[in-house]
Design a protein around this ligand. Structure first.
Ligand code: DND
Length: 257
């Protein structure tokens, strides 16, 4: 099972490989309800996180890809993959937030739907895992709390890279405890062609901007907002997100209203 490729979620179900030979996941079929999916997803995710973090192996570099992921799409996946390659990350852990601190007044899809979509989108990449660190933590999902929670589980030598978009990094001084965040992990700012890197220095000041690692990524003009709008108006999201996520959105009726 571990060697099988991901098959899209369909009426026949889907098989996901586990990381490094851990048992894979067979989705219950048919996809009747979120409850039927959540149990196996959480178990699969825990197993993979155990392999990713607690396998006794000393990791040198782990990436944390934070986001609201409402929904996750190819843009997010490309950023994670580019960061993995560029910084030679052994694992990239996707960390969907429960309560985005900067989107308090926005309507956000339930954390469990967003978590499941992250698992579906990442399950076929043996270097990707999904964490429930923020999903299971009450209150606003502050990144510094997450970085410290991961730090506590990892060897002191392991370097942590918090990966996010350059647009988000421009706002980092408004985040909780930005100085500590910049000290306790490498902050990676992924930028698309046309982004003026000088803006990072303008926004953060020279000293803090120097601590940020910039990462060029290919231009993919995809956004979660656009995906939600498309679903609401009955348009296709095919190829903008993974087939399993597309299928999940359709079957669960997410973003229809
Ligand atoms: P978003 O809501 O922007 O995530 O949140 C990004 C991260 O910042 C999350 O982990 C938040 O919890 C954290 N945050 C924000 C504010 C305050 C604090 C923490 C705090 O601690 O006080 P999205 O799901 O919208 O996107 C995830 C990332 O992917 C973003 O950085 C976004 O820029 C990037 N992205 C793309 N990059 C390349 N090409 C595309 C992209 N679409 C989104 N097409």
């Amino acid at each position: 099972m571990a060697s099988k490729a991901l098959e899209a979620v369909s009426s026949e179900g889907a098989v996901f490989p586990g990381l490094d030979g851990t048992p894979g996941l067979i989705l219950p079929c048919p996809l009747a309800s979120i409850d039927a999916l959540l149990g196996p997803m959480i178990q699969f995710c825990r197993l993979n996180m155990d392999v990713a973090l607690n396998s006794g192996q000393v990791w040198r570099r782990i990436g944390l890809m934070g986001g609201t992921f409402d929904p996750i799409h190819q843009g997010h996946l490309v950023v994670a993959e580019e960061a993995r390659e560029r910084f030679r990350l052994e694992r990239v852990v996707f960390v969907p937030n429960r309560q985005p601190p900067h989107k308090a007044d926005c309507r956000i899809t339930s954390p469990e739907h967003r978590f499941i979509m992250c698992v579906l989108a990442t399950a076929d990449n043996p270097c990707f895992a999904v964490s429930r660190e923020e999903i299971d933590r009450e209150g606003p999902s502050y990144t510094i709390d997450t970085v410290r929670a991961f730090r506590a589980q990892l060897e002191p030598k392991t370097e942590l890279y918090f990966i996010t978009g350059a647009d988000a990094v421009l706002e980092i001084l408004t985040w909780r405890d930005p100085d500590a965040l910049l000290e306790e992990c490498h902050v990676v700012a992924a930028y698309r062609p046309g982004f003026d890197l000088g803006m990072l220095e303008q926004a953060l000041g020279e000293e803090k901007a120097r601590k940020v690692q910039s990462l060029p990524i290919p231009a993919l003009d995809i956004s979660s907002t656009d995906l939600r709008t498309r679903v609401r108006s009955g348009r296709s999201v095919r190829y903008l997100t993974s087939p399993a996520v597309e299928s999940y959105i359709r079957k669960m009726g997410i973003y229809r209203d």
